[in-house]
Design a protein around this ligand. Structure first.
Ligand code: GLN
Length: 487
């Protein structure tokens, strides 16, 4: 049951060959048995999950089931869900139980989906390895001594280890696509504004975007259908007509123009990554696609620009954790200022503190123009590069990440090495563009490689079909990590 795609589970629920209670119980049993090995879930609430499953079964019985009714979904612990502990991977929110639902949680609830649990992540989504979590590192199902990527590493590992048929994540600089790549699954970051950020704990608001993780492009489409939608409570949520993201699945890709930015293929990516990506491009050519060279000349500035803008926004967003209203409060202090200081010193981990320091610095008087304003200008140049490139192609392809999964601990001592992981993913966030990652092979260590597809604004349906056509012709997405029994 746990090796079935979300789509086929949906068909089984519709055909009443399995109930949501059976399905949910099956996944909960697996999680209870295997979470010690992967550490991908922070919080489970069996009672709450099964109650939702019973309601879903009643909904199906009454004939009002939808595609996701009864499907258990793993939620990155950055999404507030009413009655659920929501930690954001931080000691600061260790005891925080959300009094309300995030907009995407609300929409999944209305569709009858089941919350299976809350997944582990880098603290406040700051990281590329899921090692900065207060709850310990997540382990990669392909090699338990390697990281699953991050920050949505718990969600990615849960899907890869068949501990959830689908999951949610957030992507500020790559946190959906990069863990999907390193864990051998699929992940999609939608166009900025397509998924509401209401109730999604803020990291860098102008970059943060929620999206789905699953094992196939088809499953991503089903999840995005429920996740996307206008919400007046997020001022950057886009008021657009609802669309069916599965509507283009099945359209041949013959004639599609694939842009290959030379900057994505210049020295930097590991040979095993380049080889798998080149093979994927060859497959697309066999399917009748044409490849054209494009340039993203300002791409090299993306990482430095991101590490000015994201910490600047984070330092402002994280000012709310002051020990007064919710979350951690230092047990002992002398006065108000001391309470703030001790609370924040105890509640935040090292990476979060580093970001707050950088952000406060670049926003401070005298440096604001030199760093923050300058970075905003370069951000615009990166967006312009993409606009130019899309005049010549329909989608852009390249690697999702320069390397496959690295060892736990390998990059924790060197923040710059860690930041460089996102060199291929950050540009799409800066430009607000949709990007997805699908498995396209393995390197010499047998670790999965991800192929990134970047589209123009609102091209999600088309990109999902581009991914789907590849998955019809290849079987990389069907591979199962070692030691996972699939009966
Ligand atoms: N790894 C990047 C960072 O640490 C991106 C994280 C994300 O997308 N949430 O900021």
């Amino acid at each position: 049951m746990h090796n079935a795609t979300l789509k086929s589970l949906s068909a089984q629920l519709a055909g009443r060959t399995v109930s949501s209670v059976e399905l949910t119980r099956h996944f909960i049993n697996r999680i209870n048995r295997l979470n010690g090995k992967y550490n991908c879930y922070i919080t489970l609430d069996e009672g709450a999950s099964l109650k939702q499953a019973e309601a879903a079964d009643r909904k199906r019985a009454a004939g009002s089931g939808q595609a996701l009714t009864g499907i258990p979904i793993a939620w990155k612990d950055i999404f507030c869900a009413r009655g659920w502990r929501t930690t954001c991977g931080s000691r600061m929110l260790d005891n925080f139980v959300s009094p309300y639902d995030a907009h995407p949680v609300e929409q999944f609830g209305a569709a009858g989906a089941v919350i299976l649990g809350k997944t582990n992540m880098d603290e406040f989504a700051m990281g590329s390895s899921s090692e900065t979590s207060h709850y310990g590192p997540v382990r990669n199902p392909w090699d338990v001594n390697a990281v699953p990527g991050g920050s949505s590493g718990g969600s990615a590992a849960a899907v890869a280890a068949r501990l959830a048929p689908g999951a949610t994540g957030t992507d500020t600089g790559g946190s959906i696509r990069q863990p999907a790549a390193l864990s051998g699954i699929c992940g999609l970051k939608p166009t900025y504004g397509v998924v509401s950020r209401y109730g999604m704990i803020a990291f860098a608001s102008s970059l943060d975007q929620g999206g789905p993780l699953a094992r196939t492009a088809e499953d991503l489409a089903l999840l995005l259908n429920v996740m996307a939608g206008f919400d007046a409570r997020d001022s950057t949520s886009l008021e657009r007509e609802r669309e069916d993201y599965a509507r283009e699945l099945g359209r041949p890709v013959k004639g599609l123009k694939i842009g290959l930015p030379k900057e994505f293929f210049a020295a930097g990516a590991a040979p095993g990554v380049v080889k798998a990506v080149e093979a994927a491009l060859a497959e697309y050519r066999r399917l009748g696609c044409e490849t054209v060279d494009v340039g993203l000349p300002n791409m090299k500035l993306s990482v430095p620009v991101y590490y000015v803008l994201a910490p600047a926004e984070a330092s402002s967003n994280l000012a709310r954790y002051d020990g007064v209203r919710y979350g951690h409060r230092a047990p002992e202090y002398s006065d108000l200022a001391d309470m703030y200081r001790k609370t924040r010193a105890q509640g935040f981990g090292a990476e979060v503190k580093r970001r707050i320091l950088i952000g406060t610095y670049v926003l401070s008087h005298g440096y604001y123009d030199a760093y923050y304003i300058q970075a905003q200008k370069v951000r615009r140049l990166v967006a312009r590069d993409f606009a130019e490139a899309f005049k010549r192609c329909d989608v852009i392809m390249g690697p999702t990440s320069p390397t496959t999964a690295f060892r736990i601990g390998e990059k924790m001592g060197d923040p710059v090495q860690m930041y460089l992981n996102d060199i291929y993913t950050i540009p799409a966030n800066l430009a607000g563009l949709p990007g997805l990652s699908i498995p396209c092979g393995f390197d010499e260590k047998n670790l999965p490689v991800g192929l990134q597809v970047i589209g123009n604004h609102f091209a999600e349906a088309r990109m999902l079909n581009v991914a789907h056509q590849y998955q019809q012709a290849t079987d990389w997405h069907m591979k199962v990590p070692p030691g996972i029994e699939i009966q």
